[in-house]
Write a protein that binds this ligand. Structure first.
Ligand SMILES: [Zn+2]
Ligand SMILES: [Zn+2]
Length: 1217
C-alpha cells in the first residue's frame, strides 16, 4: 500500500498537507498516513558489492534490506550515515510483487555525526581553465586540477554498456565562459542528487580529455575527485602553469567515450524538404497529472502538455514522477502537433535538457518502474534515431499491440525485445513499418556533440508533423469501420440497374435488395489498415477467426496454388495480414412497392451486416508462432498441445483450441478423459500419446443432425446437434509415442509397404464431429492425410474401443457396414500432407488410395445428358450470385426448419442461386441452388471466387436443364479468392465484356452450355408484342391506377410496366426466335427513350396492349382495329425500317414456350432476286435477348467480310437451285 509517515505532525497539519496535494487532481485520494518510524543508512549502493551496480540511485538500508529512495535535497556528507527519517512516503510498484521506493519528504535527522570536510584546496577558476579546452597544445601535457564555477546545466544520467555517467557544466563566476565536466566514477554518481542549478561548486582532481572523433574537450573526474560547495575562503588560486605539469591521465576516459559513441550508432534524422518545423526551447514548471506511458517516458503535465523523457534514456527512473508531483523542465523542446493524431503539445527533454523534481506527490498513486533493459520503446528510438513524430507513432502502435494481444501471450513475451536474430512479435511488427520511414543513410548519432556542442544539435530540434502511414486498430474497431464504410453513401438503387428495376414486381425488387456485399482492402482505409489477429478456430461457428482482446473476425484462408488451407499448426499464432479482402455482407429487409420508391428509405425496414475477411496464406506473416504449450499442459496434467518436427526442417507447433480457450471458456472437466487416460501414475504414462493416421475420402457439410450418441446425462439427447461427418480411411495401425514431440514423419506409410495391404483396404470409418471437435471443420479436407493424437493415452485400441457398433477386433477388417467413431473433444487433429504430396517411398500406400481422386467431375461432364451420377463434385468460378425464391420442392426440411437459425440473416424462404462457370472464359455455366438455412456456415461465396463444390445433388428441370442443389451431405471449399478489384455485384448483364461472335447454325451442338453469345443478324419480323402495366404485388393487369384483381381484392397501388416480344432473326446460317423483355423491346423496335416513355404512358390507361403477327403472309389481323396504339404498333412492326441488321447478345432461352417447340427439319423457300431457293432448315433455337446494338454501315461491312472469311466452311445452309 502506498502510505506516508509524518512523525511530528498533528492530524490537522497532515490534513492540510494532503488537501493541498489534491489541487490539480481532486479525484485522486491522498496518501494514507501511517505511524511508522524509518531509520537507516543513506547509501548510493557502493558497498553492496559490485560497484558496477551503482547506478546513481540513492538507497535507505539497514541490516534487513535496502530500498531505493528519492530526495529533493541531499548532501554528500549524508552518505553512509545513519538517519532518522521524520517524513516520508512509501510508493509500491504497480505489480506489487517487486519492492517500491521511498520518497523522503523532509531532511533526515542524523543519528550519528556526519564526517568532517577537507581543508582548503588549490582551485583554478574557470576563466583561466576554459582556454585549456579550446587550445590544442595544452592538451598534451596535463595534470589534475580543481575547478570552481557555477552550475549552469546538469545533464541526465546515462547508462551505456553498463557504465553510468553524466555531464555537468560549470560557468565562470565573472564571464559567460563554461566548461563541461564528465562525471563517471561510480562513487560520484550520487553527485547528481546534490547538484542544483545556479549553485557554486568546486570539483577537484579533474583531468582533461578529448573525444577522438570530434576533438571536443572536457574535464573528466578521477577517482580522487571531490565535489565541494564553493566557498571563497576555502580556496586559493593556483596558477595554471603549475597545474598542467603532470602525467596524462586521459586514457581511461577516452576509451569510455569511444565506446559510448559506438554504442549509440544512430542515424541522424533526415531533413525533409516539406515544411519542417523548428522546435522552440523553453523552460516549464508543471504538475504531473497522468502517466501516459511510463515505459515510453510520456507524462501528462497540467492536463495539457505531454512531457517526453524518452530521449533522456533512463527516464529519471520515473521515480517521483507520479501524478501530483511538480517538475521543473529547463531547456526542453516544444513541439506542436508532431503526430496528427496525438492530442497534446509535446515537451521533449533531450540530452541537454534538465528535469528537476520540485516536489513529491501527496497522492496515493503507485509507480511502475520503466525497464531500462529490454525496453522496446527506447531500443527502437535509439536504434532508428527516431524523431518525436515517429516515436509517438511507434508508442501508439506498441500500446495498441500490447493492449490487444498481451492477454494471449503475456506482455513480457510479446514485447520482448530480443537479439536481432530472433526478434519478438512486436519488433517483427514494428520494424518493417519503421524502416521505410527512417532514412537509409545511417550516421552515428554523436551524443557527445549533442551534449557538448555550443550550438545545440539534437533529434528534437526539427520535426515534421506526421500523418501515420498505416494503422492497426483493434478488431472491434475494424469491424465497426468496415460496417460504416459499407453503408456509407449506400442507396438501394445502386444494387440494381434502373433499366431492369423499373420492370420488377415488388417481390423480385425487394429480394434483389436483400443481400449484397462490398469488399474492402487495406487501401480502402485512410491510413492503410493492417490486420493483426491470433488465428483461432471457433467450435461454435466452426469457422476460422482472427482474434484480439476486443473481438473476433471470421476469416477464410486459401492458398494461392488452390490447395485448401489445413495448417493446424498455425492455430494460436499471431498473424499479420496486409493484403486481404474484408467482406461486408449487407442484409436488407425492405418493402419497396416499386423501383420509383427506391429513394425513399422509409421502406428499409431492417439493416444488418456481417463482416469477415479473406486472405491467402502466402500473404500472412506470422509474428508469433503458437507456443508449444505441451510442457505447460503436461505439468498441469492437461496435455493440450503438441509440437512436432517435420522433416527436421521446421518445427511446427500445435496448440489446441482447448488451451486457447482457457481465457474465454471455463475448462470443463472432461468426462471422457479418464477412460483414455492411463491415470498418470508415472510421468511416462502422462506424456505418452497415441496417434493414428488417416486420409479423408469424403467430407460433409455442417448441419443439425439427429445424433443421440452421448451426453445423455446432459438431457440433450433428443436435441439436434450441429455436426459434420467425414469418411476416412485409416492408414496403418495406431502408434504409441512416449511424448507428443516425438511424433515422427509418417512411419505408418512405410510400414504398410512391407505389411500386407489387406488390413488397410477395409478400414474405412465414419468420423462424427460434434461439440468441441467441430473446430476441426475448417481444417479437414478431401485427400488430406491427418493424424489424430490422443494425449495422455497409451492404449493402442483407443480408436477401436470408441467405435460403434462395437465390433470384435477380429471382424473389423471384414465388416461391410461402416463403423462410426465420435471424435473426442480432447483429441488433436494434425495435418500431415496431401495424397498428391506423398513421396516415391510412400507410394506403396498410395496404391491403396487409387480410385479416390477421380470423383471430381468437370462442369461440362455434369451438364452432359449422358451423365448418370446423382451426387456430383466439381470446381468452378462463381459468375453471378443472386437470391431467388426457394423452389417449392426445395423447401427446407421440417426438422431443420423447426429450429430458428440464429446465425442466419436471410429470410428462410430465400434461396441462393450461384452461376458457376468451369473456366473464366469457357462460357459453360452451371446453376447451383443453396437454401438459406445452409448459408450461415458458408463463407466466401462471392462472384469471382473459385470454389470446390462437393456432393451436390444433380437435378434436371422440366425444361431438361441440368442444375445442382446443395444438400445435407454437400460441402464447399474455396480454391481461390476473387480478384480484389471486383465491383459491386449484380451488374447488368449487358455490361459484361462483349461475348464471342457465333453463328446460329453453330449453336446446336452445345445447346446446354452457352451462357452468352453474340450474333450479327437480320431482324426478320416481330411475331408477338405485348406491353402491359401489371400489379407489383400480384402481377394482375393494372389499369387506371388500380389492380384489376377482384377476388380477393388486391390492395396494391403500384403498377409496373412490362413489355415482351418474340422476334425472328436470321444470320444467313439459320433462324432463331428471340424473346425480348422490357428495355430490350424498345431497342428491338428502334424507339427512342422519349417515344418509348410516351408509348408506355398510353398503355397505362389500357392496362395491356398486344399484337400478333402472321408469320409469312401478314394477313392475320386479330386485334381490335379501333385501338390507336395497337394500330401504331402493328404498323411499326410491319415497317421495313424495323427489319434491319443488328448485333444481338443472347443466351439460350432455357424455358422455351410451348408454341416454340423445336421443329424437325423442314424445307423452306427463299427468294433472292429472280432466283428462288429451296433450303433445308433446322429447328429454330429459342434465344433470350440480352442486348441489342444497332450496326453502323462501316461496322456492318467489316463484320460481313470477317464473316465471309471465317465461314466458307461453316455454312450449313444447303442451297439447291
Ligand atoms: Zn535538444
Ligand atoms: Zn394486385
Amino acid at each position: 500500500m502506498p502510505c506516508c509517515s509524518h512523525l511530528t505532525w498533528s492530524t490537522n497539519e497532515f490534513k492540510e498537507w494532503a488537501h493541498q496535494g489534491q489541487g490539480s487532481l481532486p479525484m485522486q485520494s491522498p496518501l494514507p498516513r501511517t505511524y511508522l518510524i524509518l531509520v537507516g543508512y543513506l547509501t548510493d549502493g557502493r558497498q553492496e558489492g559490485n560497484a558496477n551496480l551503482v547506478d546513481g540511485c540513492l538507497y535507505v538500508k539497514d541490516n534487513t534490506g535496502i530500498i531505493p529512495c528519492e530526495l529533493l535535497h541531499f548532501e554528500l556528507e549524508w552518505l553512509e550515515s545513519l538517519f532518522l527519517f521524520p517524513s516520508w512516503s512509501y510508493i509500491p510498484q504497480t505489480d506489487r510483487s517487486a519492492a517500491g521506493y521511498v520518497e523522503i519528504l523532509a531532511d533526515p535527522v542524523p543519528v550519528n555525526l556526519p564526517k568532517e570536510v577537507c581543508d582548503s584546496i588549490p582551485v583554478t577558476y574557470l576563466a583561466s581553465a576554459e582556454p585549456l579546452l579550446t587550445s590544442r597544445i595544452a592538451c598534451k601535457k596535463r595534470s589534475k586540477l580543481a575547478l570552481a564555477g557555477e552550475l549552469v546545466r546538469l545533464g541526465p544520467l546515462l547508462c551505456i554498456h553498463h557504465k553510468t555517467f553524466f555531464f555537468l557544466f560549470l560557468k565562470c563566476f565573472t564571464s559567460a565562459v563554461w566548461v563541461p565536466v564528465l562525471v563517471q566514477k561510480p562513487n560520484q554518481l550520487a553527485w547528481h542528487h546534490i547538484l542544483q542549478l545556479g549553485h557554486r561548486y568546486t570539483i577537484t582532481s579533474l583531468s582533461m580529455s578529448s573525444l577522438k572523433k570530434s576533438g571536443q574537450r572536457m574535464f573528466v573526474t578521477s577517482v580522487s575527485s571531490c565535489l565541494l560547495h564553493y566557498c571563497a575562503e576555502q580556496v586559493r588560486e593556483q596558477p595554471l602553469d603549475s597545474a598542467w605539469q603532470g602525467e596524462s591521465t586521459q586514457s581511461s576516459s577516452l576509451e569510455t567515450a569511444e565506446q559510448l559513441s559506438g554504442s549509440l550508432e544512430l542515424g541522424v534524422e533526415e531533413e525533409r524538404p516539406r515544411s519542417t518545423k523548428e522546435s522552440k526551447i523553453i523552460s516549464y514548471v508543471g504538475t504531473v497529472t497522468k502517466i501516459l506511458n511510463g515505459q515510453a517516458g510520456l507524462f501528462l503535465l497540467d492536463n495539457k502538455v505531454c512531457l517526453c523523457l524518452a530521449y533522456q534514456q533512463l527516464l529519471n527512473f520515473a521515480r517521483g514522477l507520479r501524478p501530483g508531483a511538480c517538475v521543473e523542465l529547463i531547456d526542453v523542446h516544444l513541439l506542436q502537433k508532431p503526430l496528427v493524431s496525438f492530442p497534446f503539445i509535446v515537451l521533449g527533454a533531450c540530452l541537454s535538457s534538465t528535469v528537476v523534481l520540485k516536489s513529491f506527490s501527496r497522492l496515493s498513486t503507485s509507480y511502475q518502474p520503466p525497464t531500462s533493459s529490454g525496453n522496446l520503446y527506447l531500443q527502437l528510438l535509439f536504434r532508428y534515431n527516431l524523431g518525436m513524430p515517429l516515436y509517438l507513432w511507434l508508442v501508439s502502435l506498441l500500446e495498441m499491440f500490447e493492449e490487444r494481444f498481451s492477454c494471449f501471450f503475456g506482455r513480457h513475451r510479446l514485447l520482448l525485445s530480443s537479439t536481432h536474430r530472433n526478434p519478438g512479435a512486436a519488433e517483427k511488427f514494428l520494424v518493417p513499418l519503421l524502416q521505410p520511414m527512417v532514412p537509409d543513410r545511417v550516421e552515428a548519432r554523436d551524443i557527445y556533440n549533442e551534449i557538448l556542442e555550443k550550438i545545440h544539435h539534437c533529434p528534437l530540434q526539427k520535426y515534421l508533423s506526421l500523418n501515420p502511414p498505416c494503422q492497426a486498430p483493434s478488431l472491434s474497431v475494424v469491424c465497426r469501420v468496415a460496417e460504416e464504410k459499407s453503408w456509407e453513401g449506400f442507396s438501394p438503387s445502386q444494387l440494381l440497374s434502373p433499366l431492369e428495376a423499373q420492370h420488377m414486381g415488388t417481390q423480385e425488387l425487394n429480394r434483389r435488395l436483400a443481400w449484397s456485399y462490398c469488399t474492402l482492402s487495406a487501401g480502402s482505409f485512410q491510413p492503410r489498415l493492417i490486420l493483426l489477429g491470433v488465428l483461432r478456430v471457433s467450435s461454435r461457428s466452426s469457422s476460422l477467426q482472427l482474434q484480439d482482446k476486443s473481438s473476433a473476425l471470421p476469416c477464410v484462408i486459401s492458398h494461392k496454388d488452390g490447395s485448401p488451407f489445413a495448417r493446424t499448426a498455425l492455430i494460436g499464432s499471431l498473424l499479420q495480414v496486409e493484403n486481404y479482402q474484408l467482406v461486408v455482407e449487407r442484409f436488407l429487409q425492405t418493402d419497396f412497392p416499386s423501383w420509383e420508391h427506391l429513394a425513399n428509405l422509409e421502406h428499409v425496414r431492417e439493416k444488418k451486416n456481417s463482416v469477415y475477411v479473406q486472405f491467402c496464406f502466402e500473404d500472412v506473416q506470422v509474428l508469433h508462432a503458437a507456443e508449444g504449450q505441451i510442457q505447460k499442459g503436461l505439468r498441469s496434467g492437461n496435455s493440450s498441445s503438441l509440437r512436432r518436427k517435420a522433416d527436421g526442417s521446421l518445427t511446427s507447433e500445435l496448440e489446441t483450441p482447448k488451451a486457447k480457450m482457457l481465457k474465454l471458456e471455463d475448462p470443463k472437466p472432461d468426462t471422457h478423459r479418464d477412460e483414455n487416460c492411463q491415470g498418470g501414475q508415472s510421468s511416462a504414462g502422462r506424456t505418452s500419446c497415441v496417434s493414428r493416421l488417416f486420409v479423408v475420402t469424403q467430407k460433409e457439410g455442417l448441419m443439425l443432425r439427429n445424433y443421440q450418441l452421448r451426453r445423455e446425462e446432459d438431457g440433450e439427447g433428443s436435441e439436434l446437434q450441429c455436426s459434420f461427418q467425414s469418411t476416412v480411411l485409416w492408414l496403418g495401425r495406431p502408434q504409441l509415442w512416449s511424448h507428443p514431440r516425438e511424433i515422427g514423419n509418417l512411419p505408418e506409410l512405410e510400414e504398410t509397404g512391407c505389411d500386407g495391404e489387406e488390413d488397410l483396404t477395409r478400414q474405412e470409418v465414419l468420423l462424427l464431429f460434434m461439440g468441441k471437435s467441430l473446430r476441426w471443420f475448417p481444417f479437414l479436407h478431401l485427400d488430406g492425410l491427418y493424424r489424430f493424437i490422443v494425449p495422455c493415452c497409451s492404449d493402442l485400441e483407443v480408436f477401436d474401443k470408441l467405435c460403434f457398433p462395437p465390433v470384435p477386433a477380429k471382424f473389423l477388417s471384414r465388416s461391410s457396414c461402416p463403423l462410426c467413431l465420435p471424435v473426442q473433444d480432447t483429441w488433436h487433429l494434425q495435418h500431415e500432407t496431401w495424397i498428391s504430396c506423398l513421396t516415391e517411398r510412400q507410394l506403396a500406400a498410395r496404391s491403396v488410395l487409387t480410385g479416390m481422386d477421380q470423383r471430381i467431375s468437370s462442369i461440362p461432364e455434369i451438364l452432359h445428358n449422358s451423365f448418370t451420377g446423382s451426387l456430383v463434385s466439381f470446381s468452378g468460378e462463381i459468375v453471378e450470385r443472386t437470391l431467388c425464391a426457394s423452389p417449392k420442392n426445395e423447401k427446407p426440411s421440417v426438422t431443420v426448419g423447426l429450429r430458428k437459425q440464429k446465425g442466419s440473416l436471410l429470410a428462410a424462404d430465400h434461396s441462393l442461386k450461384l452461376s458457376v462457370s468451369a473456366a473464366p472464359d469457357s462460357g459453360v455455366v452451371m446453376d447451383i441452388y443453396i437454401a438459406a438455412t445452409y448459408l450461415q456456415h458458408l463463407w466466401g461465396l462471392l462472384p469471382g471466387a473459385k470454389i470446390l463444390f462437393q456432393n451436390l445433388e444433380r437435378k434436371i428441370s422440366r425444361f431438361h436443364n441440368v442444375y445442382c442443389t446443395y444438400i445435407a451431405s454437400s460441402c464447399v471449399s474455396i480454391i481461390s479468392l476473387p480478384a480484389s478489384h471486383l465491383p459491386f455485384p449484380s451488374s447488368p448483364a449487358g455490361e459484361a465484356s462483349s461475348p464471342s461472335l457465333v453463328f446460329l447454325s453453330s449453336l446446336q451442338p452445345h445447346l446446354q452450355n452457352l451462357p452468352q453469345a453474340r450474333i450479327l443478324c437480320h431482324l426478320s419480323c416481330v411475331r408477338t408484342l405485348s406491353l402491359q402495366w401489371v400489379c407489383s404485388l400480384c402481377s394482375s393487369i393494372f389499369k387506371e391506377g388500380k389492380c384489376t384483381r377482384h377476388s380477393p381484392p388486391c390492395p396494391s397501388h403500384t403498377g409496373v410496366r412490362q413489355a415482351s416480344a418474340w422476334v425472328l432473326v436470321e444470320d444467313g446460317t439459320g433462324e432463331a426466335l428471340v424473346l425480348c423483355k422490357n428495355q430490350h423491346v424498345r431497342a428491338m423496335l428502334g424507339l427512342s427513350l422519349l417515344e418509348w416513355e410516351a408509348l408506355q404512358n398510353c398503355v397505362q390507361s389500357r392496362g395491356r396492349v398486344s399484337i400478333q403477327h402472321g408469320e409469312a403472309t401478314g394477313t392475320g389481323c386479330v386485334e381490335e382495329p379501333e385501338d390507336l396504339i395497337a394500330c401504331y404498333l402493328r404498323n411499326l412492326c410491319r415497317s421495313p425500317l424495323i427489319c434491319r441488321p443488328i448485333l444481338l447478345d443472347f443466351s439460350l432461352n432455357r424455358k422455351p414456350s410451348k408454341i416454340l417447340q423445336p421443329a424437325p427439319l423442314q424445307l423452306r423457300n427463299f427468294r433472292c432476286g429472280e432466283v428462288e431457293f429451296v433450303s433445308q432448315v433446322g429447328p429454330r433455337p429459342s434465344l433470350l435477348c440480352l442486348n441489342v446494338e444497332e450496326v453502323e454501315q462501316g461496322t456492318l461491312s467489316y463484320l460481313n467480310s470477317e464473316r465471309i472469311r471465317r465461314t466458307s466452311s461453316h455454312c450449313q445452309v444447303v442451297a439447291t437451285a
